[in-house]
Ligand binder design. Structure first.
Ligand code: SAH
Length: 219
């Protein structure tokens, strides 16, 4: 993991940890530690560099956005990541969330629909010292069957329902965290935990994400 040797943005990262994450109830020490170390400024476009630690999503180009830091933390915490967990990250975007999951100790495979974004994310992940995150281009709603099972499948784009391939590729006890479109312009972040053939669903609250495309995406 690349550090921020001059410590130039360390103070902003601390403010993010205290006020955007801890104050809102993020408690998982691994998630807080990861978010305190990943240099978010390496993942944001030059035009919004000054806002890298703002409490908001940021434009990424191609009509996509980098999730708000709190949403990345909420997703990572809900995923109950443990060191060595196999994680499928759907919607690489900037690569920032993938870097956070990796810094929290997971082995991360990330899949992005838009080839230019995947390429950009690969470069940012390398620059951040997260070269072990594998980025693929393709339809993430199909999962990556050859690499299954996954302990967690985490999505940063909203679908109509949980893609069936994700359920099939989820390990026993595995977690899916994703936003579901609920109509009237609102989305609900959910966690689905697999026990045998059963999925237990937890409601993590209202959110706003870009649409999940692909074969099992938003209808
Ligand atoms: N986690 C990202 C957020 C990116 S926004 C970050 O930290 O920056 C969501 C991303 O999902 C977009 O880049 C979009 O292109 C991608 N996406 C949408 N549908 C997809 C699909 N079916 N497969 C893979 N990526 C998809």
């Amino acid at each position: 993991m690349a550090q921020d040797p001059a410590g130039e943005r360390a103070a902003e990262r601390q403010t993010m940890l205290e006020w955007h994450l801890r104050a809102r109830g993020i408690r998982d020490p691994r998630v807080l530690d990861a978010m305190g170390r990943v240099p978010r400024e390496l993942f944001v476009p030059a035009a919004v560099l000054a806002d890298a630690y703002a409490d908001s999503p940021l434009p990424l180009g191609h009509g996509q956005t980098i999730s708000q830091p709190y949403i990345v933390a909420l997703t990572a915490e809900a995923a109950l990541l443990r060191p060595g967990d196999r994680v499928l990250d759907v919607g690489t975007g900037s690569g920032y969330a993938a870097a956070v999951y990796a810094a929290a100790g997971a082995r991360v495979w990330s899949i992005e629909y838009i080839p230019a974004l995947a390429e950009q994310a690969r470069r940012a992940l390398d620059a951040a010292g997260c070269g072990e995150v594998e980025v693929t281009t393709g339809d993430g709603t199909l999962g990556l069957p050859e690499l299954a099972p996954f302990d967690a499948i985490l999505a940063a784009a909203a679908g109509s329902e949980i893609p069936r391939p994700w359920v099939d590729q989820l390990a026993e006890g595995g977690r899916i965290v994703m936003p579901l479109e609920r109509g009237w312009g609102w989305q609900q972040l959910i966690r689905a935990t697999r026990t045998g053939d059963e999925l237990a669903i937890d409601d993590l609250g209202g959110v706003r994400f870009v649409p999940l495309r692909g074969a099992h995406g938003l209808r």
